[in-house]
Design a protein around this ligand. Sequence first.
Ligand SMILES: [Ca+2]
Ligand SMILES: [Ca+2]
Ligand SMILES: [Ca+2]
Ligand SMILES: [Ca+2]
Length: 245
Amino acid sequence: MDEMKASEQNPSCFFRMKAVLSSLLITLLCTPIVNAFGLSNICYVVDGSGNISSNGSLIKISAGGQPSAVKVSDSGSVAVFSGYLNCFMLQPGLDTDNDGLPDEVDRDNDNDTLKDAFEISGSLFSPMTATNPNDPDSDDDGHSDGMEVNAQTNPLDGNVNLRIVGIEIVSNQVYVSYLARGGVAIGKTYVVHTSSNIINLQPSAVATNITPAGGVSPWHVVTNVYITNLATNEINRYYNVSTTP
Ligand SMILES: [Ca+2]
Ligand SMILES: [Ca+2]
Ligand SMILES: [Ca+2]
Ligand SMILES: [Ca+2]
């Protein structure tokens, strides 16, 4: 789409300038003009299942499950489809994640392990939640969009991610509190690991197949607590919480 724009702008610029400037000077002048306006706003319509319109064209959009209609152009005519419009900026030649692939050919602009198409559609989150294809951490909470897919935490809420929020010792018992997702079947269970040595960390699972209950729809955030007895003469112990799969 952007290469087409550049090729359309170059000839018009060339012919406009040809009468007064040499072709070499035209090239020098026109190239930065095209680049300066090369920042494109790419838009997709996303349907109720998180599917985006094919090849970026605004056609074949399912009407299922959408709250309102969006008018889009369909081969020159105007049609009404249901869905939501999602846009992001694409600058040809920019390599957002410095992996050697410019954004226009990189399927994962920001290297957060979520492909651009999934970020636009939001279909890997439940509920469906679009993220920024040009920002590896859309809510700036230190947990990448890809990590938040794995944990099924809200990628647009910087206060919520999978993390331990407290470790307390009360009456010879250890309370390990962590933010989790409860109440709904998301295909994830939680695992608590522990280790006595953070330098040579070799954690072992002490609790598996944890399925927290509760939380408020749609993200069902809960503070879950793992409780264990404090070992005799124990000085240091470290904990880690993860999801499976
Ligand atoms: Ca890249
Ligand atoms: Ca990405
Ligand atoms: Ca992202
Ligand atoms: Ca995040």
